[in-house]
Unconditional design. Structure first.
Length: 272
């Protein structure tokens, strides 16, 4: 069975405007699958869609939807009701703030939970049912090393990423023997526009054109993801992430949290 036969004819990529989302969409199109691109900014989505159409034979559809909105999943379902979606990728959910929990209104954390937990759960429920009926399909949920233990300045973010990891694992347990591949990708530090913006704002890189120190290239992350779609439920992406996860597993939960606290303090700098 070809890749397109197993996972096509359409894929939906939430968070497709740049970084790993856009790269994953390109990878799907390169493999013969049409792509629905979802993100907030229509202009950026149009650019990604044009690049895909110019470089591949794949068709595209763009949906400018803010995933924080309560009806986001319903709007996506309605806008794709005429398509057979055999692959779902959810990679929205970066945290641009890296600030203490009490430094922001509670609505900021609530929006994070909506975008990182509620919407992917709703979309999986909607799209997985027909995948099971067809006996084929794939779901990829992007997680983060921040979800492996509690850490300062990413209280809600880390918690939502822990949810994403366990949700993907549980979904894999239910669906993998029904022909549907489920994979939770746990990313470490990755060279995305969001990370560059964050580190530039904190003075850790001098320009947005600079690669953040220790960040994995997006291309390597995506290549590893495609190589392991059938190797769920969880993939620690990259040698550094795998080494970190192994080290954390040897610690008590308190030791892991203390280690994350030290890392957070170092990231904020001595003047914070």
């Amino acid at each position: 069975m070809t890749f397109a036969t197993k996972y096509g004819p359409w894929a939906l990529v939430a968070g497709a405007s740049d970084g790993v989302g856009a790269a994953f969409a390109h990878g799907l199109a390169d493999r013969g699958i049409n792509v629905v691109l979802v993100a907030r900014r229509q202009a950026v989505l149009d650019e990604v869609a044009a690049e895909i159409r110019n470089g591949t034979s794949a068709s595209t559809r763009t949906l400018a939807i803010d995933l924080v909105e309560p009806n986001a999943a319903a709007a996506i379902a309605a806008a794709t009701s005429d398509l057979e979606v055999g692959f779902l990728v959810y990679c929205a959910g970066a945290d641009p703030n890296f600030e203490p929990f009490l430094a922001n209104p509670i609505e900021v954390a609530e929006a994070m939970v909506q975008r990182n937990c509620m919407v992917p759960m709703q979309l999986c429920h909607h799209f997985a049912a027909p995948m099971v009926e067809r006996g084929r399909g794939g779901i990829v949920l992007f997680g983060s090393g921040a979800g492996l233990a509690g850490g300062a300045n990413m209280v809600a973010y880390g918690a939502t990423k822990a949810f994403d990891m366990v949700f993907a694992e549980a979904l894999w347990a239910e669906l993998h023997d029904k022909g549907v591949d489920v994979l939770g990708l746990i990313l470490g530090k990755t060279d995305t526009p969001a990370l560059r913006q964050l580190e530039h704002s904190r003075g850790q890189i001098a320009s947005l054109d600079e690669v953040p120190p220790g960040a994995a290239p997006v291309a390597e992350v995506i290549a590893e993801a495609f190589d392991n779609l059938g190797n769920g439920p969880t993939l620690m992406v990259g040698d550094m992430m795998r080494a970190a996860a192994q080290m954390l597993a040897s610690l008590t939960r308190k030791q892991a949290v203390e280690l994350f606290a030290q890392a957070a303090a170092a990231a904020m700098g001595p003047d914070k």
